[in-house]
Design a protein around this ligand. Sequence first.
Ligand SMILES: Nc1ncnc2c1ncn2[C@@H]1O[C@H](COP(=O)(O)OP(=O)(O)OP(=O)(O)O)[C@@H](O)[C@H]1O
Length: 238
Amino acid sequence: MIITDNLTKKYGGHLALDRLNLQVKEGEIYCLLGANGAGKTTTINLLLGFLEPSSGSAFINQVNVKENAQATKKFLAYIPENLMLYPSLTALENLDYFSGIAGKKLGQDELRNYLSEAGLQEEAFGRRISTYSKGMRQKVGIAIALAKHAKVLLLDEPTSGLDPQASHEFGRLLRQLSNLGVATLMATHDLFRAKEVATKIGIMKNGQLKREFYANEISLAELEETYLGLMQPKAAAL
Ligand SMILES: Nc1ncnc2c1ncn2[C@@H]1O[C@H](COP(=O)(O)OP(=O)(O)OP(=O)(O)O)[C@@H](O)[C@H]1O
């Protein structure tokens, strides 16, 4: 479970995140939308413990990230826009390495099973990551999350640059993880994918969460209308 409690971040005098309160429960997929500079990446970096909050708190499975970032790591998997894997190692070797860091020593069959579950074609398992497409690398990221038995998944624009089919496939994998009880927070610009994959959607502007709804309570057209309406300069004071 992910909780932020009045989470606030200032960079110098600039208020990048302003008293954010959100909750992502077990099995929920929360998509965070917002224009460039809205505060999405700042939120994720605070949850990862990469940044310290100016005030307020972030919790991963009841653990306060600021107080014990290290303890939250065992629950967490993180897939950024460009996942850092070792390019000269194969998918099997990368998965072996990253699950080893997470304290799981897995046999070859287990490694292969996780890569299969993540939707990677078997012919690719032994190929170097440097030969992979972005969609394939993201699948290795999902395999790492699966192998780690992550309880919380943080994603920062993971589908940007993926073709529609790869993006759809990625969404399917996220739902699979959510069925396993993983709490997922995904920052994205993709309204369509958010509507397709999310259980809950939040729209941020200027560091504030302006709207929040359950994805099944709003149509894609309504979501787009609400989003565009909020992005109008006159809506800044909302
Ligand atoms: N290290 C930093 N130093 C100063 N200001 C920063 C820093 N990182 C982010 N900001 C500012 O904080 C605000 C929020 O940025 P953030 O990257 O969280 O937005 P975002 O919603 O993720 O945007 P994008 O969609 O472009 O990724 C922006 O105004 C940005 O310029």
